[in-house]
Structures are given as C-alpha cells and as structure tokens.
Design a protein around this ligand. Structure first.
Ligand SMILES: C[S@@+](CC[C@H](N)C(=O)[O-])C[C@H]1O[C@@H](n2cnc3c(N)ncnc32)[C@H](O)[C@@H]1O
Length: 213
C-alpha cells in the first residue's frame, strides 16, 4: 500500500507537468515501467483485467490512457489490433520504441484524450487501466462523466475500467479522496448505456469493472 501511494503521488506529479518539466524532475517512462513491474496491486489488477475482459480474437481494442503501453502489449496477443491513445507524447514515444524492440506490429500509439480519443475506426472494446481516475482527480464527477460519455460515443460493445477507485468510504482526508467512489464510476457507466457484468475488487482502492451493452 505504501508503494501504491508513492506511485500514485509520483504519477499525479509527473502527469501534471509538461514533458520538459517531467524530464528535469526525473520521473521517466522507464521509471513507470519499473515501478509497475514491482507493484503487486498493479500486477493483480492487470491480471484480473486480462482474465475478465471479454476480448475476442477479431476485436479492435482501444487502450485509452495507454501510458507506456504495458496493458496494450498484453492485449495485443488477444485481439486483432490495439489502438493506444494518451496525452503525453514522451510516454507514447517510449511505447512505440518498445513495440519496435519487441516486434509487436498490431499495436499503434497516438495522441488522444478521454474527451477526444482521436479514433477513426470502429472499436469493439475500450480498456482504461489506471487512467480514468485522473479525469476525476482533474475535474471531479463532471469531468469523469464527460470522459465516460465520450468513450461511450465510440459505441464499443464493452468498456473495461481497471482502475483506482474507492470501494470503501474515505476514513480520513488522504490521497484517496481524489479517487472516485466505485458507485460513481458504476452509475456513470450505466447512465452511458452500459450494464455492469462483472466487478472485481482488488483492494479497497483498486478494482475492475466490466461494462457491456
Ligand atoms: C498511471 S498511467 C497508466 C498507464 C497505463 N494505462 C497502465 O495501466 O500502465 C495514466 C495514464 O493516463 C494518461 N492520461 C491522463 N489524463 C488523460 C486524458 N485526459 N486522456 C488520456 N490519457 C490521459 C496519462 O498520460 C498516463 O499515461
């Protein structure tokens, strides 16, 4: 939990800066990959996502908030191709370099946000891993609703949210106050036309929601 909190703080810090500022503060995409590799909760969440996401071999999957592409690369072996979108070009460059090094050809990375995913082909499944909570952190429920509504407008069969969210009421003021309550995420997905078909609780502040049409 201490490590999780540390990573949370470092990521919030890192993504609130420009590329240049982040370079000078030293939290690099390589640091993120290393932290994620050793973060037990992150790995359990990833494993749950991969086990429960109803992805078919012919599917096109959008990984929104793809970061360094960790999840996108895992998804690539399960579907036709993965579209990775993020707002931080440095992380996208790192993800592209990894794809090249690993000779993974069915993943592409490009600029896109929750509100403007920049996707011009039909998408079957949308995955958001450790990303959507940032919309809530940035602008509360209104921003999270705008993000979910925007993703819902892509008309995918399914949205998988594997993310930081509160499964327990906040006990005291803490970092976790910036996380959306699970009920809020669930309600916004249902308001956007989805039915919740699976919920996996990883910890009191991390879980996976599968929402289908
Ligand atoms: C903690 S990282 C998670 C990366 C990856 N999904 C994973 O599970 O390892 C969160 C990512 O969300 C991205 N992000 C933050 N706000 C975003 C937005 N409005 N639209 C798209 N991506 C966003 C950040 O740039 C960052 O790469």
């Amino acid at each position: 939990m201490i490590l999780e909190t540390l990573i949370f703080q470092r990521i919030v810090f890192a993504v609130s800066m420009t590329d240049t500022e982040r370079d000078s503060h030293g939290y690099t995409p390589m640091d993120y990959d290393a932290d994620s590799e050793t973060d037990e909760v992150y790995q359990r969440c990833l494993s749950s996502l991969l086990t429960h996401a109803p992805i078919e071999p012919d599917d096109v999957v959008l990984d929104i908030g793809t970061g360094t592409g960790i999840v996108a690369f895992e998804l690539a072996s399960k579907c036709d191709h993965v579209i990775g979108r993020d707002i931080y070009d440095e992380w996208l460059r790192h993800a592209r370099k990894k794809a090249e090094q690993r000779s993974i050809e069915n993943v592409s990375f490009g600029h896109g946000s929750f509100r403007e995913p920049n996707v011009d082909e039909p998408v079957n499944v949308i995955v958001a891993s450790y990303a959507l909570y940032m919309a809530y952190d940035e602008g509360g429920e209104d921003e999270l609703r705008a993000a979910i509504d925007s993703l819902a407008s892509l008309n995918s069969r399914c949205v998988v949210v594997a993310d930081k969210m509160r499964f327990e009421p906040a006990q005291s003021p803490s970092d976790y106050e910036t996380l959306p309550p699970m009920g809020t995420v669930a309600n916004l997905l249902m308001d956007a036309g989805f039915t919740l078909t699976d919920i996996e609780i990883i910890t009191e502040s991390v879980g996976v929601i599968i929402a289908t049409r």
